[in-house]
Design a protein around this ligand. Sequence first.
Ligand code: ATP
Ligand code: LTN
Length: 345
Amino acid sequence: MAKRIFSGIQPSGIIHIGNYLGAIKQWVELQNNPPTGEDEAIFCIVDLHAITVRQNPEQLRKNTLSAAAWYIACGINPQKSDIFIQSTRPEHTELAWILSCYTQIGELARMTQYKEKTQKLQNDLGDTGFIVKAAPSAGLLTYPTLMAADILLYQTTTVPVGEDQVQHVELTRDIAKRFNNLYGQTFTIPDYSTKISGKRIMALDDPSKKMSKSAASEYNYMALSDSPEKIRQKIRKAVTDSGTQVKYEKDQPAISNLLNIHSEISGKEVAELEDEFSSKNYGEFKEALADTIISHLAPIQSKYNSLMQSPTELEKILKAGSEKVASTAQKTLSDVKTKIGLLNL
Ligand code: ATP
Ligand code: LTN
């Protein structure tokens, strides 16, 4: 059986180095060195997931096209992999509804992302600076059934994601097994694959939280689009611990996070970096880290800028991707409908 890789990112903000190191970088590696010769890779821009929290329509449109440009600028090759926008394939929402009828509310309510996003909504400061309590939408709760549909429609074998998404892939496996047990072999049971040694990239302004596109402050994340000056400023401003040594320690989460980022970008082991900076202070390490990020991002940013000059080219790539994946999605959905007793007229 052909192996199929599927993954996606929400166009809910500016793509950051957490998305790059946790997801896109490993997508590119899988695309270029597939585990078997016949692998196929599909990379989606999951705009329907982004609307589980309120988005500005104009900004959402911009972020969607810009996500496609970042995918390509980082090394996803549309000749080798399919890139498409989730909402352009109606099979995703159709299968998501069906799967939500095979998922328990309790399973959804205990997802960490649901709990975190619900809490964030309830603590958000409105424009006036006062806390505006917003109730979570049903979409935020059923988010994982849409993600399960994304994955299962394509008979995906491998889902390369950051560590925060593993729980959702595990739920996808449970739903798929449940369905297969009831109706016979229908879905391939997907595996997840994580990089960055199973660690997540933490926020620069608070190492107890993950780096996130939808953070209130831009000092939380390092965007792929940040200018060299901004990169230097954000790294200088990044919080550090009470210690002074550049060492990876459990009780020194801020410097450990910065070491992790350096290691992932430079390809040097953390121990090697600890050696290199053993007689240096935090300030010197931070300058070196900023240099490393700036030079790594420079060619990616220049490719991104040139892609964004021709939005119609990007749209063409996205349309072609959507058409290319259509037949697999339609085949799975039709099989599911028949099995559960819907008239497939
Ligand atoms: P949002 O803040 O809007 O929820 P996000 O920044 O968490 O967005 P997603 O679109 O949810 O980003 O995630 C896209 C991919 O990037 C996923 O595979 C996710 O696991 C990975 N990812 C996101 N944040 C991090 C992080 N801080 N460290 C490592 N991987 C991450
Ligand atoms: N929930 C994921 C985005 C996502 C996804 C997917 C990832 C939606 N559908 C299918 C892998 C496979 C996130 O990163 N927040």
